[in-house]
Design a protein. Structure first.
Length: 190
């Protein structure tokens, strides 16, 4: 059915919303367990509980060939020397890949192959797309000083599995070192 509201939406990267679609807002308190520096996390949370990111998503279909998409707004900031980040997840349907399109700001994505643990940090920048293969945990970080905005497109049946990340987190962290985002094994943090 070619219903116009299903065919076209207006997205607002500056608010992290898609008009007429639901959105999720994550505050610092929702990211408990994500940041390596737990002391810095608790100190920051005691002072304030800022919004870290918002994602508006259009999730119309459920068919095998259907697609969903979302717009993300991730604020700049750090906890200790770790950048503000998304929770990160695997897709419940592990085969599901995703494409991220950078809109504004400067960020990176942390990608981790579920089977091998191989990790990679890739830039998420305006006019660039990042292909996230299936079976790959993905987390986004704002490494700049302005809001990072992006669009993600994924299969309708991808689903979000947060449990695996909540349990063991990512193997690597992205920290600011000498003014630059640097990928470090969690076990190597001092
Ligand atoms: C994105 C993410 C978005 C927020 O739309 O959902 O960046 O990150 P978390 O879902 O990890 O909180 C996506 O990857 N969807 O599949
Ligand atoms: Zn995803």
């Amino acid at each position: 059915m070619l219903d116009l509201p299903q065919l076209i939406t207006r997205y607002e990267p500056e608010s992290g919303k898609i008009i007429g679609a639901p959105s999720v807002t994550r505050r610092l308190s929702d990211l408990r367990g994500c940041f390596a520096d737990t002391k810095a996390f608790e100190a920051a949370l005691a002072a304030d509980n800022p919004v870290l990111y918002r994602v508006g998503a259009v999730e119309p279909g459920v068919g095998a060939g259907d697609l969903h998409y979302g717009v993300g707004l991730l604020m700049p900031g750090r906890i200790g020397n770790e950048y503000y980040m998304t929770k990160g997840h695997l897709h419940s349907w592990r085969d599901a890949a995703e494409i991220y399109f950078g809109l504004t700001g400067e960020g990176v994505m942390l990608l981790e192959d579920e089977a091998s643990g191989e990790s990679r940090m890739v830039p998420l920048l305006p006019n660039q797309a990042v292909y996230v293969p299936g079976h790959t945990a993905h987390r986004t970080m704002n490494t700049g000083t302005t809001p990072l905005t992006y669009i993600g497109v994924y299969p309708a049946k991808a689903g979000h599995d947060y449990a695996a990340i909540a349990q063991k987190n990512f193997r690597c962290v992205v920290i600011e070192r000498n003014g630059r985002p640097t990928l470090v094994e969690r076990t190597q943090l001092t």
